[in-house]
Design a protein around this ligand. Structure first.
Ligand code: CP3
Length: 351
């Protein structure tokens, strides 16, 4: 019989239990830096790949075949849940995601649907079931994920990636009741989607709040944190560990602990040991190599990876990762060397 998935390094580290070596996976590990992905993508648009469970499963497994990673992450994107709410999503070549009918008024928000994920995102739930069947024999856990309410609101309102987030903040500051309505709907969509992914077989869940670092600490607490808490309270019913990722939040790392996540994922703008001290010992930490370091010559990359490991100091509950997604163009031989280096690194003994 296959080993039980709960014995994996990643899940042990999420619970801050000792592991034989530091677990490592990489955000956006399935994607354009891999020749195998680009080859498949030549034949299918991104949303088709996401909505075809067999293809999504195949892409999920590509980095697992290529590198000795300690987790797989289901191939999907943070934006398809917005389609089920009534927004029109497309990915324009070279431009990134675009929402054709972005939210502009309180009436737009009122019209947004809050459908069950089984109805609007069955393809990702099915991809999770397929991927689990492949991963179980290898004892590699599968991570499900969602965008956080703030980051989804940012795309829904701006309609695309933004520099200043003026329209999002305009609604947030100018029409707090409409903001509350929108974020309440998003928290339910996000929470139910995460819960459904865990019920379909995801053994850990990651919440991506990529753009929340645009907020001041006070605005984060007032306009984002309560809705992240609500989404995670729903997801928590599944009983699987929850990882919370955000960038540019060095100004309010302590508040991120209040989300209720088991693991906080930090970027490279803060030293890992300082971050851990500020967040507190009762949570696990994921991070925090600068993804651009993967383009550097091996010696320079190795030195930076070693610094991250030294700062973690062999403490139980460190999951090695990049501080933001791995970038297109990243040399795959550096990825392989990094993964092997992290596994071979022995922390200096503290006793
Ligand atoms: O991590 C994985 O390997 C799983 C797959 C995954 C994708 N997107 C596939 C994808 C994950 C976890 C995401 C998350 C995501 N999507 C985030 C949060 C993480 C982050 O980087 O901050 C965000 C903000 C998005 C929105 C998004 N999707 C953007 C801005 C873009 C275009 C630019 C970019 O970063 O690639 C996408 C497209 C996208 N999603 C691609 C992939 C592999 C590239 C698609 C392609 O052209 O083939």
């Amino acid at each position: 019989m296959a080993a039980t998935p709960t014995e994996s390094r990643l899940l042990r580290a999420c619970r801050r239990e000792a592991t034989d070596t530091t677990p490592i996976w990489l955000m956006r590990q399935a994607g354009r830096y891999m020749p195998e992905y680009r080859k498949l993508r030549e034949h299918h648009p991104l949303l088709t790949m996401i909505k075809t469970p067999e293809l999504a499963c195949e892409v999920t497994l590509q980095p697992i075949e290529a590198f000795d990673l300690d987790a797989a992450i289901i191939f999907a994107d943070i934006l398809p849940p917005l389609e089920g709410m009534g927004l029109h999503l497309r990915f324009a070549e070279g431009e990134g995601p675009i929402i054709g009918n972005p939210i502009r008024t309180a009436e737009d928000i009122e019209r947004l649907r809050v459908p069950p994920p089984e109805e609007t995102l069955p393809f990702t739930l099915e991809a999770i079931r397929l991927a689990r069947a492949h991963l179980d024999g290898r004892n590699i856990p599968l991570i499900g994920f969602s965008g956080a309410p703030f980051t989804l609101a940012a795309y829904a309102i701006e309609g695309k990636s933004s520099r200043n987030y003026a329209q999002v903040k305009g609604l947030m500051m100018g029409e707090p009741a409409a903001w509350h309505e929108l974020m309440t709907k998003l928290s339910e969509v996000v929470g139910e989607y995460l819960l459904a992914q865990a019920r379909a077989g995801a053994q850990a869940l990651q919440l991506f709040d990529s753009w929340v670092g645009q907020l001041s600490p006070a605005d984060y607490r007032a306009f984002a944190l309560p809705y992240t808490q609500r989404a995670l309270a729903i997801a928590r019913q599944a009983g699987v560990p929850i990882i919370h990722f955000a960038t540019d939040t060095s100004g309010y790392l302590e508040a991120m602990r209040e989300t209720g996540a088991d693991v906080i994922s930090v970027d490279w703008r803060v030293d890992l040991d300082a971050a851990w001290q500020r967040i507190g010992e009762g949570v696990a930490i994921q991070g925090n190599l600068d993804p651009v370091a993967l383009f550097a010559p091996w010696e320079a990359l190795k030195q930076r990876a070693q610094t991250v490991l030294e700062q973690a100091g062999g403490r139980a509950g460190h999951i090695f990762n990049v501080g933001h997604g791995i970038l297109p163009g990243t040399p795959t031989d550096n990825v392989k060397r990094l993964v092997d280096f992290v596994h071979e690194y022995a922390a200096p003994s503290h006793d």
